[in-house]
Design a protein around this ligand. Structure first.
Ligand code: 8YV
Length: 310
């Protein structure tokens, strides 16, 4: 008998085919209440993505559940306390996407500050024949502030050094192994940098951490980049700050209610918007899919999983 898995997100076909060789797979979105009720006692694993929501209620409905295998670095949508209460192992895929995400953070920073996307539209509209594109904000030698100096934050800092930038950061704790300037809070950090890059993990402590006061502190020549989670930024405050030019620009790969983006944000020229793609390159996604599979295989072979969440 193959173990029964519940897939709570969409995954590439090849990955699903590989899963089906070893597991009986059931797509949550395709199950009606009756089918779900019949399956619930037999479901031994959940396969989720970094954006999946797995609630205490769902975990409690699955008495045979032993593992939640997350394809992604973040697992903020998984009720970890409920998983612990029900003795369910949670795994994720850390470290594999660090460089892709850090590269993308710099791409968004450069695109927002140098207005690459707007300039592209300018050329395609034929406006260049009428006049030059307006001045943009230089990046080299600027001051970068990193919110959350974990793997991804550190990788962003390495890239920023190559751009001649000074590095400062804030987060849960000051790091003993780096010489970057530490600030106790996001607002003070924002007041002392030109570019604020959000790399922190999403949690109750970081919800709406980047609020109106932080954005005011970043100031009218400041640029915000978010490659972490939409929940870490007060999106309404960000829209207002961008509309009122309280900050210069933003580069966003994550949003509060993906894939729905506020119309006000869609209408703005001083924001670069991308669809939560920072980690999604061919090689990296394949490595993350492989680790997601390997965690499941280890669990059901009675072996230690490879990457349990902390
Ligand atoms: C995942 C993410 O890569 O890694 C994360 O936490 O933010 C995501 O981009 C995605 O969930 C994979 O489907």
């Amino acid at each position: 008998m193959k173990p029964n898995l519940l897939l709570v997100s969409r995954f590439p076909d090849a990955f699903c085919e590989r899963l089906r060789e070893h597991f009986d797979c059931h797509e949550y979105a395709q199950l009606d209440a009756d089918r779900m009720a019949a399956l619930a006692p037999k479901l031994r694993g959940i396969v989720a993505s970094g954006e999946s929501i797995v609630t205490r209620d769902l975990i409690a409905r699955l008495p045979a559940l032993g593992i939640i295998s997350v394809l992604g670095v973040g697992y903020d949508g998984i009720d970890l306390e409920a998983a612990r209460d029900h003795n369910v192992c949670v795994t994720h895929t850390p470290g594999l996407s660090t460089d892709d995400i850090a590269d993308f953070a710099m791409a968004l920073l450069l695109s927002a500050a140098r207005q690459v996307v707007s300039a592209d539209r300018f050329v395609r509209r034929g406006d260049w024949a009428v006049g030059r594109y307006p001045l943009t904000r230089s990046v080299f030698g600027g001051r970068i502030g990193i919110v959350g100096l974990g793997r991804i934050g550190r990788a962003v800092a390495k890239r920023a050094l190559a751009f001649g930038m000074s590095i400062a950061y804030t987060g849960r704790t000051q790091k003993a192994d780096v010489a970057y300037r530490w600030y106790n809070d996001a607002r003070t950090l924002a007041a002392n940098v030109d570019f604020l890059v959000v790399c922190a993990s999403a949690s109750a402590a970081t919800r709406a951490l980047i609020n109106g006061a932080v954005l005011d502190a970043l100031g009218p020549s400041g640029v915000l980049v978010n490659i972490a989670r939409g929940a870490i930024v007060d999106e309404e405050a960000l829209v207002q700050a961008l509309c009122e030019r309280k900050i210069l620009a933003a580069g966003l790969d994550v949003f509060s209610n993906e894939p729905r983006i506020p119309d006000a944000l869609l209408a703005l020229e001083n924001v670069v918007l991308t669809p939560h793609m920072a980690s999604i390159t061919g090689a990296t996604l394949q490595a993350m899919l492989d680790l997601t599979f390997d965690n499941l295989a280890a669990h059901f072979a009675g072996q230690p999983v490879l990457s349990p969440v902390a």
